[in-house]
Design a protein around this ligand. Structure first.
Ligand code: NAP
Length: 271
């Protein structure tokens, strides 16, 4: 084996030249995924509704030497999903990776208190949005000879809890969408997997705890500690913990991995 002393060995990134659309990558878990994929040579297509945040993520990737571009995208708009997929394909000649990450929490209350409108809104973003992105990206992946799709589900796509029935139902749907996709598109060399994060410190979880803190009159820091303690590992996860899992799934190291569910939860679902 050659040993290079005092010099960092130059190597091609694990995703060199591949184009990766990450939905909901203007902040939170999606931002970390877009940055980690770009760090391995992918062109990260940063998407979401907040232009300022999208621009910031792109700037940060570029200033670190990576490649990225921002497209404004609400995943519930089929017209816009179609436009973005076409623009990315025309601009880069291929779409290799889609990470269906965009998601919302929805109200935390029992099923019988949900309005139909509230229920449908969570499904619109978390399920229909992921469906639309998959639908419009698949033809381009087929043209390119293959691809990778990852659904960001949740521990609540695997186990239940009493707080958020619509969200949990959507995350269970994401899990099976990945498995059916894996079966349908295996012949097209497209792998499809799901990732199941435990609680990760992002704006979504922060907002949820701020709400709880007001409702219960308990300091935010105490709630954060209690939530962390629900994970056997003793604390909350970080967005990068999920980003590295996605990196593995979309890289060639995972060439035999499809229809699988990667749980990244500090042991939460091991009980
Ligand atoms: P977050 O901090 O709220 O970020 C959500 C992202 O989704 C943002 O970039 C947001 O961008 C985007 N988004 C929301 N609605 C959208 C829409 N209609 N169209 C396009 N983009 C939209 O949430 P997060 O915690 O990072 O969660 C990301 C994913 O991980 C979600 O699917 C969530 O269910 C899942 N997850 C999170 C946790 C956790 O503990 N954080 C645990 C398990 C699973 P814009 O506002 O710019 O549109």
């Amino acid at each position: 084996m050659d040993v290079v002393v005092g010099m960092k060995e130059e190597r091609a990134g694990r995703l060199e030249g591949r184009t990766a659309i990450v939905t909901g990558s203007t902040y939170g878990i999606g931002e970390a995924i877009a940055k980690i994929l770009a760090g391995e040579g992918a062109i990260s297509i940063v998407t979401g509704r907040s232009e300022d945040e999208g621009g910031r993520v792109v700037e940060e990737i570029r200033s670190g030497g990576g490649a990225a571009e921002y497209y404004s995208l609400d995943v519930t708009s089929e017209k816009r999903v179609e436009e973005v997929a076409r623009a990315v394909y025309e601009g880069y000649g291929r779409i290799d990776i889609l990470v269906n990450n965009a998601g919302i929490g929805g109200p935390s209350k029992p099923t019988h208190e949900y309005t139909r409108r509230e229920w449908e809104r969570v499904f619109d973003v978390n399920v229909t949005g992921a469906f639309l992105c998959t639908k419009h990206v698949i033809p381009y992946m087929k043209r390119g000879g293959g691809g990778n799709i990852v659904y960001i589900s949740s521990i609540y796509g695997i186990v239940g809890s009493q707080d958020n029935p619509a969200y949990h139902a959507t995350k269970a749907a994401n899990r099976i969408m990945a498995k059916t996709g894996a079966l349908i598109y295996a012949k097209d060399n497209i792998r499809v997997n799901s990732v199941h994060p435990g609680f990760i410190w992002t704006p979504m979880v922060e907002e949820f705890l701020i709400e709880q803190s007001k409702e219960l009159g308990v300091p935010l820091e105490d709630l954060k500690r209690e939530l962390g303690a629900r994970h056997p590992i003793g604390h909350l996860g970080e967005p990068e913990d999920i980003g590295y899992g996605v990196l593995y799934l979309v890289s060639d190291e995972a060439k035999f991995v499809t229809g699988s569910e990667l749980i990244i939860d500090g042991g939460y679902t091991s009980r």
